[in-house]
Ligand binder design. Structure first.
Ligand SMILES: [Zn+2]
Length: 347
C-alpha cells in the first residue's frame, strides 16, 4: 500500500517491510502525559514525503521531552518536522508548536477562526465574559475569578500557538496538501468552537480500493468517551455548546473512515459506533439537566450546573450545562425568561 509513495532510498523504508496492513500505515502515534483522565494526549507523526505532525504535544518541559522521545522512537527529531497541523488551540494539542518552530521552522497550519480568536484584544473578551457570567448567573463572589480565568486562558493559548507563527489559516471544507498528503478540514465545534478534524486518504490515494480513509479526529471523536463540550467557554456562543456538539456529530455521520486517530484514547476503527455513542452521551446530558431543572423549578444555568457537580472540581460541567439548558429550550423541553439580566430556565 505504501509502495507507490516509498522511494527506494527511503531511510524509513522499514515501515513498508513490516508487512501487516496496520503496520503499512505511515502514521506513528506519540503520547504525552496530561494530568487528567485519560492521562495522555496523542499527536501523530505522518511519515509522508515530508514529515507531518498532527497536533504538537503537551506543554512545558515534560511535553517537550516526551515529544522528543516519541519522535526518536520512530527515527525523527523535532527539527525534521516540516508541517505541523493544529486541530484546536488547547495547550495539550499545541504545547510544542513554538519548540518545533525553533527547532526546524515547519509550516504551521491552524483553523483560521481559532487564529483570529487568539489575536483578539483581551479587553474585548473580558467585557463579553463579564456580561455572559451575569447572564448565566455566576455569583458576584466568583465573577472576577471566572473572568480572569477566561482572559488568562486566551493569553496562555496565544503563547503556545502564536498567531503570527501560523503560516496557513484553514477554513472549514478546505483541502490542502502537506508533505505529499492531502488533508481535508472538517469543522468540529462543541469541544472547542473552532476545532477541526483532518481527513486524509493514506497509502495509494489514487486507488480507493487500497487507500485507507483516516480521520485525525482531535477531541471530536474519541473512544470510549466524549470529550467535554467546552465550546466557547463564557465567550460569545456560550449557550451553543450542546447545539454545536449535536451539529458536529450530525455532520460527521455523513462520513465513513477506516481508522480514527483521536487526541485521547486508543486509535480505533468503529467510527460510526463512536459517533452514535457520543450522540447518546449528549442525549443523557440533556436528560440529566432536565431532571435537575425539574428539581430546582426555576434557576439560572450556573445554579443548575452547581447542583449537578462541584464546578470548582469539574469546570466543564458549567459549560455543558449552559448549553444543555439552552438546547432544552430549543427542543421545547424547558422555558426561559430574562430577569434582571439573568437568563432563568424552568422545567
Ligand atoms: Zn485534548
Amino acid at each position: 500500500m505504501t509502495d507507490s509513495t516509498t522511494t527506494p532510498d527511503d531511510p524509513d523504508a522499514r515501515t513498508a517491510s513490516e508487512g501487516a496492513t496496520a503496520d503499512d500505515s505511515p502514521v506513528r502515534r506519540i503520547e504525552c502525559t496530561v494530568d487528567w483522565p485519560p492521562g495522555h494526549v496523542a499527536c501523530y507523526l505522518v511519515d509522508a514525503e515530508e514529515p507531518v505532525l498532527v497536533d504538537a504535544g503537551a506543554p512545558e518541559d515534560r511535553g517537550a521531552e516526551e515529544l522528543r522521545e516519541g519522535l526518536a522512537e520512530h527515527g525523527f527529531e523535532p527539527a525534521d518536522i516540516e508541517h505541523v497541523l493544529v486541530t484546536h488551540p488547547h495547550t495539550d494539542h499545541d504545547g510544542q508548536v513554538t519548540a518545533l518552530i525553533e527547532a526546524g521552522d515547519p509550516t504551521v497550519y491552524a483553523p483560521a477562526a481559532a487564529v483570529d480568536r487568539l489575536e483578539r484584544d483581551p479587553d474585548e473578551l473580558e467585557a463579553i465574559v463579564t456580561e455572559n457570567a451575569r447572564v448565566v448567573g455566576v455569583p458576584d463572589s466568583l465573577r472576577d475569578y471566572v473572568v480572569s480565568q477566561a482572559v488568562e486562558s486566551l493569553k496562555r493559548n496565544a503563547r503556545y500557538c502564536p498567531p503570527g507563527e501560523v503560516d496557513v489559516r484553514l477554513a472549514a471544507g478546505d483541502a490542502f496538501e502537506a508533505g505529499g498528503v492531502t488533508f481535508e478540514c472538517i469543522h468540529c465545534p462543541g469541544h472547542q468552537v473552532d476545532q477541526f478534524a483532518f481527513a486524509a486518504t493514506l497509502g495509494d490515494a489514487a486507488d480507493p480500493t487500497t487507500g485507507e480513509r483516516v480521520l485525525f479526529s482531535a477531541d471530536a471523536v474519541i473512544e470510549p468517551f466524549r470529550a467535554a463540550a467546552l465550546h466557547a467557554g463564557l465567550d460569545e456562543g456560550t449557550f451553543d455548546s450542546i447545539s454545536a456538539s449535536y451539529r458536529c456529530y450530525g455532520g460527521l455521520r455523513e462520513y465513513a473512515f477506516d481508522r480514527v486517530y483521536p487526541g485521547h484514547g486508543p486509535v480505533f476503527a468503529d467510527y460510526a459506533g463512536a459517533i452514535e455513542r457520543s450522540l447518546e452521551s449528549l442525549d443523557d446530558l440533556l436528560d440529566d439537566v432536565e431532571a435537575t431543572l425539574a428539581d430546582l423549578g426555576t434557576a439560572p444555568a450556573f445554579e443548575v450546573a452547581n447542583d449537578r457537580a462541584d464546578i470548582a472540581e469539574q469546570p466543564y460541567v458549567l459549560f455543558e450545562t449552559i448549553g444543555a439548558c439552552a438546547e432544552l429550550v430549543e427542543r421545547g423541553r424547558a422555558t426561559d425568561e430574562i430577569d434582571d439580566g439573568v437568563r432563568l430556565f424552568s422545567a
